[in-house]
Each structure stands twice: as structure tokens, then as C-alpha cells.
Design a protein around this ligand. Sequence first.
Ligand code: FES
Length: 236
Amino acid sequence: MSNAAHPTPVDRPRSKGGPAPALTHLGGATATRARELIALYPEPRSALIPLCHLAQEQEGWLSPEIMADIAALLDLTPAEVLGTASFYDMLHTEPVGSHLVSVCTNIACLLNGAMELLEHAESTLGVNAGGTTADGAVTLEEAECLAGCDGAPCVQVNHRYVGAQTAESFDQLIADLRSGARAAEIPTHGTLNRVARTTGLQADRDQIANERAAMAEAQAQRAAAAKDTAANKAGA
Ligand code: FES
């Protein structure tokens, strides 16, 4: 991917203890799902990465405005969101095409024709690795090992394995992506199933509330004990 400087997140003050923040760029359904995800965690900030994946589905990347919305939801600063988003390869802080095509050129794939495949991809798509086609359909990237070494040369589209590719099958893959023939299998911008699913990853809200209360009480007790210890030392 490009190494261009990351955009500066929109500044927004923390809103601890205030009313639910007004979101300017996260859509209604996405914002609702985001709040459901946050409720699964004892600490809201623990939902940061799932929220980044969820929000990324909206436009394919995490714009400064969307990062500001995530920050508001989690009571973080936009810089804290950027700090995490810019660390992980699967999160994009710059625009990408609707299909991110990743070609692994690590050792197993290299030995099985990955560089030739990447050169073919660059030639047929008309972009260098890291670039996006003029129609916005495809961003091509050269990837490190994608943990699919038994299917070398390994290719992923929107983080989904599409199997080892030849030049011919790659061209067909691109044609299918552009026509929408594989849309059900490979959603545009590709949300992770773990984040998108509505069953399985659920939690009892009362149980979470009780655990949060217990954590707060334990923290208060530790703080009081530390204060006593400091007072005793000062008086000794
Ligand atoms: S070396 Fe290409 S997937 Fe592992």
C-alpha cells in the first residue's frame, strides 16, 4: 500500500459522562451495530478494532471524519483511533478500491510464480502494486505471507482467499469482480464475518453491567489501599 502521510484526524474533545455523541459520518445501521458491539465489552475502548472493521465497510477506508466518529463512540481521541488503525495492515487510512487484491510474494509463493503473477496483474490492471484502477474497482497490493502457503501463489480479495491463481484465472477473477459475479462471496470492501454477524457473539447486558460495577469497586479499593500505604509511609 502507499506510504503517503496519514491524514490528520478531525479533532474532537472527549465527551466522558455526557449524552450519546452525535455522529456525522457513520450511517444509522452502522452506528447501531457499533453500539451493540461496544456493549459486548467491559471497557468500550476494547471494541476499537471491531469498530474499525465495521466502519471500514462503509467507504472501504477509515477517513478522518469516520475515525472521529469512532473516537466519539469510544470516548477516545481521534489520534488514539489513528494510532491503532495505522498499525494494522487490514485497516486502511487511505482510500482503496472496492476490491483490494492482495498477491503474496513471500517465499512459498515466490517459488511458485508470485512475482510473475504480480507483474501480470500490474500489466493488465494498468497500475503498480499499491495503486488503484481508474474505475475504483481494484486496488492491487503486494502482500507478505497470507498464511495460505499451500495454495501458492496465494491471492486474497478483500481478505478472502480466492485460491492459487494463474495469469488466466486472475484475469477471470478480475472480470468476475467487476461484473459482480462473486459479490455474494466477496462483499465490496469486505467486512469480517466476525464483526458483521448478528448471532453467536452475544452477551448478557446485565452480566456486563454487574462485571463493570465489580471492576469499578475493585479499582476503588486498590486506589484506597494505595492511598493508605502512601499516607502510612509519609507518617512513618
Ligand atoms: S508465502 Fe505466500 S501465503 Fe505464505
